[in-house]
Design a protein around this ligand. Sequence first.
Ligand code: ATP
Ligand code: MG
Length: 418
Amino acid sequence: MIQAPKGTFDVLPEDAARRELLEGHAKKILGAAGYRRIETPTFEATELFARGVGEATDIVQKEMYTFDDGGGRSLTLRPEGTAPICRAYIEHGMHKLPQPVKLWYLGSYYRAEAPQKGRYRQFWQVGAEVVGSATPETDAELIVLLADLLEAAGVTRTRLRLSSLGTPETRAEYRSELVAYLRAHESLLSDEVASRIELNPLRAFDATDPGTRGVMHGAPKLLDRLAADDADHFAAVRALLDDAGVAYELDPTLVRGLDYYTRTVFEFSSDALGAQSGVGGGGRYDRLIEQLDGPPTPASGWAAGIERILLASAQPPPAAELVDLFVALAKPDGARAAFELSREARRAGLQAQQELGGRSLKGQLRHADRIGARYVAIVGDGVSGGDGLVSLKNMESGEQRETTAGEVIPTILRGRRL
Ligand code: ATP
Ligand code: MG
């Protein structure tokens, strides 16, 4: 038996309703702030991610689905949305538009990871990007919009962690300082941390053993090393969030998976989730457009995982759509009239279905009941046009009466308005 590939899943109709609702929230919340929807291809030149996400990142090192396009060019299923949007910004000369350009997207992304709850190989992200503004208001607006979206989606036990990474230059200097500090205290560190000082000194902040924790307590923090203008920018972002009443924790150890971040970085998580607690995150990426051969352009954005939002949401699924009318056949030769009546009903805005299963009349009525139809129109022999006779049954009251085909829709519409 052929099954869906490992790490993928089917979105069944009952799941689709929750996803549509979430998409509606995103459209409303982001649309109200002037963000316009963009979609980019599901695959791109591999080089875009190698340059845009960073050669050294986990994504590029281990998680990409890369293939040959048949003509010797290397393509990759998109693992994230920011680099493609920057590519599109440059390709379409969007720097000539009024700045900043505010965009949002929702689509599927692909990462070759070990599948588990909340971690898939094909998953969906909703994201927002503001390209062409360096202001702290931009970062604060983006964070507030994601907070609003998570709230509308019913995500519970949310936490927001916030930090600033300064510039790549500040980070490089800080890294050397941290490495030197760890070297000086090497004998107190766990073997694992000690063996990875050069490779990933920041990991030492996540260690749980008392020896390393003691050392890290006194370790230099990147936040204390920011250049004055970066520190001012970060203070302004925080002040705006304070004014907006958005709670956050400063987390000097917050490291985001992508190389291109500058200044503000943030991540929302939910304690309602297990190990994969990250719901969405992002930050400022002032160097990325230039790195992709565009004009120097500051930008900021976030992405959030649809599946994790739904997993962390306490909201019940939306109620199934009402079936206003089921058109049943008393005899098979009523089929053309039934076809016409159900089509007319849909044009009038009703949710209408006709018998498609070849059932007996009794079977059709049972079916109409099962799908929750409010009315059943039973079409008899050779009925056609508005004058043909039809038996209309109100499934709620059980009342049934003879009427004309032309009266069915007005009757239901009247009943609906009551
Ligand atoms: P994680 O730490 O969980 O691996 P990440 O840092 O790789 O997350 P981002 O690249 O920032 O995640 O992507 C934004 C959001 O997309 C995440 O917060 C998460 O909700 C979702 N996400 C990322 N990878 C996956 C995946 N493999 N399956 C489902 N959702 C994912
Ligand atoms: Mg990841």
